[in-house]
Ligand binder design. Structure first.
Ligand code: ADP
Ligand code: MG
Length: 247
C-alpha cells in the first residue's frame, strides 16, 4: 500500500478533565477520501485542529507527507501542502468573492503580507484566484459581496480559497453543513473529482455524502476511534450502531 500522506500517531488532547482526543491514530492515503464521523462533541474538530496546527496535542505526533510537523505552525503546514476548510466560516463577509479568493492566494503564495489592494492588481495572484473560483462554479460571482452569497455559495467559496493553495492534502470539517440536497450533491460530485488531486480527510455529518464518497470511515466517540474500516464494515459494526447510529 502507498505511504500515507497524512497521519496522526496516538494524539491526545485534554481540556481540563475532558479528554477530547484520546490516543487517536488515523491516516490518509493517496487518492482516498477517509471520512471521520461521530456524534457532536466527539472530538472531530479538535482532531482537525491538531492536524492543522491550531491546537498542540498533549501527546503523540502529526505527520504530513512523510515529515513530522507536530511542532510546525499552521502556516508552515499550509505551505507544505495542507489545505483546509473550517466548520465555522473564516471568510471576510464585507469583501467580494474575488477579494476573498485573492486573499487566499496571497496567503498561499508565502509572500510577505501586503495590503489587499496591491494583491488584487497582481496578475499572478488574480489568475490563481479566478481559476479556483471557476473550479467551484463561482466565476460569475467574482464581484459579489461575500455577505450576499447564499450559504451554499459561501461553502463553495471556502473550498475555492483552500484551492488557491494548490494543496496536496485536504482536511475538511463538515463542508456539507447547512447545504440543501442540491448543494450537497454538487459538492459531493466535486469532492469525488478533487480526491484524485488531493486526498481528503472529511469530517461530515451528512451520511449520504459519506456513504457516496468514503473509501474508509473512522468513528470517533468521546475522543476515541471506536471503529475504522470500509463502509460495509462500519455499517455492520455493532458498537458503532449502538454508539452512533442509535440502534
Ligand atoms: P466535534 O467537532 O466532534 O463536535 P469538538 O472537537 O468540537 O467535537 O469538541 C470535543 C469536546 O471538546 C467537546 O466536549 C467540546 O465541548 C470540548 N472542547 C472543544 N474545544 C474546547 C476548548 N477550546 N476548550 C474546552 N473544551 C473544548
Ligand atoms: Mg466539530
Amino acid at each position: 500500500m502507498a505511504d500515507p500522506v497524512l497521519a496522526t500517531h496516538g494524539i491526545s488532547k485534554s481540556f481540563g478533565a475532558l479528554k477530547a482526543s484520546d490516543d487517536v491514530s488515523i491516516d490518509l492515503r493517496p487518492g482516498e477520501i477517509h471520512a471521520i464521523i461521530g456524534p457532536n462533541g466527539a472530538g472531530k474538530s479538535t482532531l482537525i485542529a491538531q492536524i492543522c496546527g491550531t491546537l498542540m496535542p498533549d501527546a503523540g505526533s502529526v505527520h504530513l507527507l512523510g515529515r513530522d510537523v507536530t511542532q510546525q505552525s499552521t502556516r508552515a503546514r499550509a505551505k507544505a501542502g495542507l489545505g483546509r476548510t473550517f466548520q465555522i466560516s473564516a471568510l471576510a463577509m464585507q469583501d467580494t468573492v474575488l477579494q476573498n479568493a485573492v486573499l487566499g492566494a496571497l496567503g498561499a503564495s508565502g509572500r510577505p503580507w501586503r495590503f489587499l489592494s496591491p494583491a488584487l492588481e497582481d496578475a499572478d495572484l488574480r489568475a490563481r484566484a479566478e481559476a479556483a473560483l471557476e473550479r467551484v462554479g463561482l466565476q460569475d460571482h467574482a464581484a459579489t459581496r461575500t455577505a450576499e452569497l447564499s450559504h451554499g455559495q459561501r461553502r463553495q467559496l471556502e473550498v475555492a480559497v483552500a484551492l488557491t493553495l494548490e494543496p496536496s492534502v485536504f482536511v475538511m470539517d463538515e463542508p456539507m453543513a447547512g447545504l440543501g440536497s442540491e448543494g450537497s450533491k454538487r459538492l459531493t460530485g466535486f469532492l469525488d473529482e478533487l480526491r484524485h488531486e488531493a486526498p481528503i480527510l472529511l469530517v461530515e455529518h451528512d451520511m449520504d455524502a459519506v456513504f457516496t464518497l468514503a473509501d474508509r470511515i473512522s468513528v470517533l466517540v468521546y475522543g476515541k476511534v471506536i471503529a475504522s474500516g470500509s463502509i460495509d464494515e462500519i455499517q455492520s459494526d455493532r458498537q458503532v450502531r449502538e454508539a452512533y447510529l442509535g440502534e
